[in-house]
Design a protein around this ligand. Structure first.
Ligand SMILES: [Cu+2]
Length: 482
């Protein structure tokens, strides 16, 4: 087994000082931390400055390093003109502070503040972000700069990492398009389910007949890592032989991202902050919105390289960062890695989960093309979530184990997120697996996936697709403890 202890030991062997960590904010007299949301200018590249809502005037928001189990108090100020929510993604906190209005977290009023306290857990790579509906307003929600990383140090091994690089991947300057979203074919197994495909294609025929086959999608003008376009930020400076632990976050509102470094491979040690059963080496990474990957790269191929997205167009518009070996100079090189597919089951145990669930929730996801003011409307089991109705369709008993059997009757990939709980992947497109604990999982077009979780954190619990356009237009459900 690749235990947390071994994970830390491995990570602890990485030598050198902290590099490229966004600034850590230190304790203040009133609260332990202060986060202020306000519209500020950010510079993505020289003469490429834009205005967006940020935390503390920077993008990404400050890296918050918490200690697992040690309570923190945080003052959150909202200097914008609209109500806000700050969500602690991946943490097992209460609904009162989780940062989702649907669960009952109070809004932080415009030009108002809220002080919250909670006990950070579990240890590992988490993040914080806004959790409001943007709908047609591309300045709101995660289209803005309201994203920041969190690292929760384990109780008994605090500070064991000595060489880490945090990378937040994020697009800016969103605009609408209407051509339908680009199909992405990188998930494995590629097995689709005929019945789901038939359902999806019927829905498409029906909307074609009404002359509205495609709802709005969102594209972007600029692409960044840690808020800087490729070539305009500080390079990641390395020495031959170093082992660098990269903590990668997809902070996008809507996009799936990939990341590769020519001549190097990634030893993935954790997903969504949770250690894997064993490290798994891959040529590159794929991350749905809100997913995190922690991977060690052995620096054994000296040069000046572009670490970037596999999509040429996105990389040319900034989605990359330079990795520069000591003493090497020259134009950063990009070489596409050999083709490979991303399979969550590769990171888990090949056996099925040992514990059977007490109950199974069946969920079918479907799309009604362009059905809501020109946007696609989304349903779970035929219900499009409405913040006015706020119905709870799934009931939990504390201590029971649940399986969510997800069936995607659309051609889009959905990064599905469960609040305030972690889940274990138990089946991916027909392939059984166990041992991978996450809080977001991509469900491929016309595919099925299953995840198990224990109801161990009472309170209203939100389940939704993390793609902003999908969650804003119905792709949500509430679970309640009874
Ligand atoms: Cu979705």
């Amino acid at each position: 087994m690749f235990s947390r202890r071994n994970f830390l030991k491995t990570a602890g062997t990485i030598a050198g000082s902290r590099l490229l960590s966004p600034s850590v904010i230190f304790a203040q007299s009133s609260a332990d931390y202060t986060l202020t949301m306000a519209v500020k200018p950010i510079e993505l590249a020289p003469n490429h400055i834009l205005s967006t809502t940020t935390y503390n005037g920077q993008f990404p928001g400050p890296l918050l390093r918490f200690q697992e189990g040690r309570q923190v108090t945080i003052d959150i100020h909202n200097e914008t003109d609209t109500p806000e929510q700050l969500h602690w993604h991946g943490q097992l906190v209460s609904a009162e502070v989780d940062g989702a209005a649907e669960e009952g977290t109070p809004f932080i009023p415009p030009h108002g503040s809220r002080r919250i306290s909670f006990t950070p857990r579990p240890s590992g790579y988490r993040f914080y972000h806004t959790h409001v509906r943007a709908k047609a307003d591309l300045s709101r929600g995660q289209y803005s700069g309201l994203v920041g990383p969190v690292y929760i140090e384990p109780k008994s091994h605090a500070g064991n990492y000595d060489r880490e690089v945090f990378l937040t991947l994020k697009e800016f300057e969103p605009t609408y398009s209407r051509g339908g979203d680009m199909a992405m074919d990188f998930l494995s197994p590629a097995t689709t389910v005929k019945q789901l495909k038939d359902t999806g294609e019927e829905a498409m025929q029906a909307s074609l007949a009404q002359g509205m086959p495609h709802g709005f999608e969102v594209g972007y003008g600029s692409f960044t890592i840690n808020g800087r376009m490729l070539g305009h930020g500080e390079p990641v400076r390395v020495r031959p032989g170093e082992r660098v632990l990269f903590h990668v976050l997809n902070g996008s509102a809507t996009e799936i991202r990939s990341l590769a470094l020519p001549g190097h491979s990634f030893s993935v040690v954790a997903m969504d902050g949770n250690p894997l059963p064993r490290p798994v080496r891959v040529p590159g990474l794929w991350l749905g919105t809100a997913e995190r990957v922690s991977a060690i790269v052995e620096m054994n191929h000296p040069g000046v390289w572009v670490m970037g997205d596999l999509a040429d167009d996105d990389r040319h518009h900034g989605m990359g960062i330079v990795v520069e070996y000591a003493g090497r100079r020259g134009k950063p090189l990009w070489i596409a890695p050999p083709p490979y597919r991303w399979n969550y089951a590769h990171f888990g145990n090949p056996q099925a989960a040992v514990r059977e669930p007490d109950q199974v929730f069946d969920m079918t996801f479907a799309k009604q093309n362009a059905a809501r003011d020109g946007f696609n409307q989304w349903t779970i089991n035929g219900v499009s979530f409405s913040e006015d109705a706020m119905r709870t369709d799934f009931r939990l008993n504390q201590g029971k184990r649940y399986r969510i059997r997800m069936r995607n009757a659309s051609d889009d990939i959905h990064p599905i997120h469960l609040h305030r709980h972690s889940f274990e992947l138990t089946r991916i497109a027909g392939q059984p697996t166990s041992g991978v604990t996450k809080d977001v999982v991509m469900v491929g077009g016309y595919q099925e996936a299953e995840v198990d979780f224990t109801a161990d954190n009472p309170g209203l619990t939100l389940f939704h697709c993390h793609q902003q356009l999908h969650m804003d237009f119905g792709f949500m459900a509430l679970m309640e403890y009874v």
